[in-house]
Design a protein around this ligand. Structure first.
Ligand SMILES: *[C@@H]1O[C@H](CO)[C@@H](O)[C@H](O)[C@H]1NC(C)=O
Ligand SMILES: *[C@@H]1O[C@H](CO)[C@@H](O)[C@H](O)[C@H]1NC(C)=O
Ligand SMILES: *[C@@H]1O[C@H](CO)[C@@H](O)[C@H](O)[C@H]1NC(C)=O
Length: 479
């Protein structure tokens, strides 16, 4: 049906094109920014016009020393097979590993059984060719040298340098439609997603945290959310509550009724969910920062991204914040662990020993980050590491980017209201439940928390070996 070598040639050509155009985006989550119109017309298999609320079963946790990611289980194809995909608000497509993939992971040490999607194994699978409208809108125009029956390629490089390359297919996505209190029923929709052919970095075969793929909840028309909205299946409103204490949490599409959430405007026309951060307060003192440090014009601003584990601040901000955090603890000594973390032994309750950090956003919305969130426990009791990091990514005009990941988003209900271009949050117990309104009937339903178990002997093994490493490092440090 398709020649993989030809596909790779196209991909290579496209990548060269992108680089030549200087289209190397801020934050590099996606190599090319895309537009896409009229998915609606192409959803020939549209069934019904009722707007659903959708419940995604979550698993994982955002702890850098545990799985470091949140994932959900989706059904694809007919007959349906289950896939575990990372949930990421910083990218725009769904893709899963496919058969014939080179360097695709086949087992995960997170504890899930991985499944490769096989287009030939699903009788509803269709190849999206490069002359399909989805494809040309993804690439902002026709693909040079495109011949019918040549697959439409995709290629994404994520912020950590990991990459996935493959081609688009269309098939049925089965999800859980909320139809009662803590009750769902399966519903399906035909959607276009990526079939992964080549993976690298943390997405590759040797990765410890490999899953079947990634579902991007970005704003672009290519995201599952946009495709479901274009076929009138859902409204573009979703919320998540990521539980880093017990793992899992809540992830639902639908109008949020409870809890009530205050919001801040989303910066329009941005590739990601950007908001305007005004200032940072530590222990009641506002940091004295250059006024344009979090400026939101021209690709600047603060990115909210559930697919990132930690929180990254401009160097100037970081250098002021850290001394303030440790002001009450002058005797503490920091040691580097695993190159990337600055840690220290601390047996007490960190919430008593360290200040809260408050981020203030446009629209009088603030986000309180508690010491137990930003000083994460390093695998063993009695050792804490700083979650705040210096920004590693620069915007187009050379400014350090502010990127807020699970470190600050966990244990909060975060609402993304794309119908009103706003985003907001509130302190919340992610093991409890929320209420969403069914847009068709107006009936309010309760949606509960889930935790797809990811327990495995691997994690225990890893904790033990890190424990040994840690002891060795601390011994080094103190002697
Ligand atoms: C996305 O789709 C909408 C509705 O189909 C369309 O109006 C809009 O122009 C599209 N946006 C882009 C960037 O293609
Ligand atoms: C999609 O849902 C419809 C209605 O519930 C069902 O008849 C059909 O078999 C489903 N299709 C797939 C591919 O799951
Ligand atoms: C959070 O909610 C769960 C489920 O309702 C409950 O068991 C737990 O006690 C709550 N935790 C807190 C800290 O309130």
């Amino acid at each position: 049906m398709m020649d993989l070598r030809y596909l790779l040639l196209i991909i290579l050509a496209l990548e060269i094109l992108c680089v030549a155009n200087g289209d190397n985006l801020v934050f590099q989550v996606e190599r090319r920014k895309t537009t896409l119109s009229g998915i609606k017309h192409h959803d020939h298999h549209r069934r019904g016009r009722f707007l659903s609320s959708v419940d995604f079963n979550l698993g994982g946790n955002g702890l850098p020393t545990r799985t470091g990611l949140y994932f959900t289980k989706l059904g694809l194809g007919s007959p349906k097979k289950d896939y575990y995909v990372q949930v990421d608000t910083g990218s725009d497509i769904l893709w899963v590993n496919c058969v014939e993939c080179s360097r695709c992971p086949t087992k995960s040490q997170i504890g899930m059984d991985l499944t490769l999607y096989d287009p030939k194994g699903s009788h509803t699978s269709e190849l999206i060719s490069c002359d399909h409208e989805f494809c040309s809108s993804t690439y902002d125009g026709p693909i040079p040298g495109c011949k019918a029956e040549t697959p439409c390629p995709y290629s994404i490089t994520y912020g950590d340098g990991s990459a996935t390359t493959g081609y688009y297919v269309r098939d049925y996505l089965t999800f859980d439609r909320i139809n009662g209190n803590l009750h769902t029923a399966p519903q399906n929709s035909s959607i276009i997603f990526g079939c992964g052919a080549v993976q690298s970095g943390t997405l590759g075969a040797s990765s410890e945290e490999a899953l079947d793929g990634i579902i991007g909840f970005g704003q672009e028309n290519s995201s599952v959310l946009s495709q479901l909205a274009a076929s009138r299946k859902v409204k573009k409103i979703f919320s998540h509550c990521l539980d880093n204490i017990r793992g899992g949490g809540i992830f639902a599409i639908g109008e949020l009724v409870e809890p009530k959430v205050r919001t801040t405007p989303l910066v329009p026309n941005m590739a990601h969910y950007n908001v305007v951060l005004k200032n940072i307060e530590v222990d009641g003192d506002v940091l004295q920062l250059p006024s344009d440090i979090f400026d939101s014009g021209n690709g600047k601003g603060t990115v909210i991204d559930s697919g990132t584990t930690l929180a990254y601040l401009p160097v100037i901000v970081y250098d002021q914040l850290i001394p303030k955090i440790f002001a009450r603890q002058p005797e503490l000594k920091l040691a580097r662990i695993e190159e990337q973390f600055k840690c220290f032994p601390y047996a007490g309750n960190v919430d008593g020993g360290f200040p809260v950090v408050k981020l203030h956003f446009e629209g009088s919305l603030s986000l309180t980050v508690y010491p137990h969130d930003y000083l994460f426990q390093y695998k063993v009791a009695g050792v804490r590491c700083i979650g705040w990091q210096k920004s590693v990514t620069q915007t187009k005009d050379g400014k350090d980017m502010t990127l807020l990941g699970d470190l600050v988003l966990s244990n909060k209900l975060v609402l993304y209201d794309l119908e009103n271009m706003a985003i907001g949050w509130t302190e919340y117990n992610c093991s409890s439940s929320i209420k969403v309104k069914d847009a068709t009937t107006g009936i309010v339903h309760t949606v509960g928390a889930h935790n797809i178990s990811s327990a495995s002997t691997f994690l225990i093994g890893r904790i033990l070996s890190f424990f040994l490493l840690l002891i060795a490092m601390l011994n080094c440090f103190y002697n």
